[in-house]
Design a protein around this ligand. Structure first.
Ligand code: G3P
Ligand code: MG
Length: 254
């Protein structure tokens, strides 16, 4: 039986913070999500060149900042000079890249939940990232306010050696659910399985739910198209714009 049958997940998790309404993966986005009433966020974490863990999605700076180049070549002092909000809109001008520590402090102070996704950067090892992230995560939030996920199974396997299933809920992240999904989840003592909503089918969803795992889908942004997924037993949608789903998503499962 997967761990933490008692955890109640929200139906809607704000992808990269509230990325339809604020610059993704920023403190501003997480505050906006909280204020809009969405108290769980999905965020990406990776390491700067100097080893500082930061909340950032891409391997490069160009798309979401006024800088350019590789994250893996940047130190914290240079990262702090970047504007990571103006690209999204003037209201966010001056926003700074969030370190993992700053983000965890905000999440903890607001009592929010996080699905933290490990992104293994260029020239970085999965174990190095997990070694830096897991102790910080465990020190900041209780298990019912976290899921650690990654597409990288070796990162999750290493994370599991650092914390047992009672302390660290792990989500196996896949683009499409592989045939061998169940032994993978069992080996990691996983809590949940996360998959691309467009590649899930009802049969697979039912298998996952019947085995007791939570099932999360990224990144549906059309609530009408997602209606049938709720009927398949999907627990949560990780969406850029949870407000669009208000009144359509079913209530959370007891
Ligand atoms: O964790 C779900 C989703 O965030 C995975 O894709 O590229 O948006 O991090 P990506
Ligand atoms: Mg992500």
């Amino acid at each position: 039986m997967p761990p933490h049958p008692d955890i109640v997940l929200p139906r809607l998790i704000a992808h990269r913070g509230l990325s339809a309404h604020a610059p993704e993966n920023t403190l501003a986005a997480v505050r906006a999500s909280f204020e809009a009433g969405f108290h769980w966020v999905e965020l990406d974490v990776q390491l700067l060149g100097d080893g500082t863990p930061v909340i950032w999605h891409d391997p490069t700076l160009k798309r979401c900042s006024d800088g350019h180049g590789q994250i893996a070549r940047l130190g914290l002092a240079e990262a702090r000079k970047l504007d990571v909000g103006a690209w999204f809109g003037d209201a966010f001008r001056g926003e700074r890249m969030a370190t993992l520590d700053e983000m965890l402090e905000l999440l903890s102070s607001l009592g929010m939940g996080v699905n933290l996704e490990l992104k293994i950067g260029r020239n970085r090892s999965a174990t190095e990232l997990a070694d830096v992230v897991i102790p910080r995560l465990l020190a900041s939030l209780p298990p019912e306010q976290m899921i650690l996920s990654s597409f990288d199974l070796s990162a999750l396997a290493h994370a599991r050696t650092l914390a047992d299933a009672s302390r660290l809920p792990i989500g196996v992240l896949t683009e499409s659910v592989p045939q061998e999904w169940q032994p993978r989840c069992e080996a990691l003592k996983a809590f949940s399985l996360h998959t691309d909503w467009t590649r899930l089918n009802a049969t697979r969803a039912r298998e996952i739910k019947d085995a007791g795992y939570r099932l999360l889908c990224y990144t549906p942004n059309d609530p009408a198209a997602f209606v049938r997924h709720w009927t398949w037993g999907v627990d949560s949608a990780i969406t850029d714009d949870p407000s669009r789903f208000a009144g359509i998503a079913p209530p959370p499962e007891p």
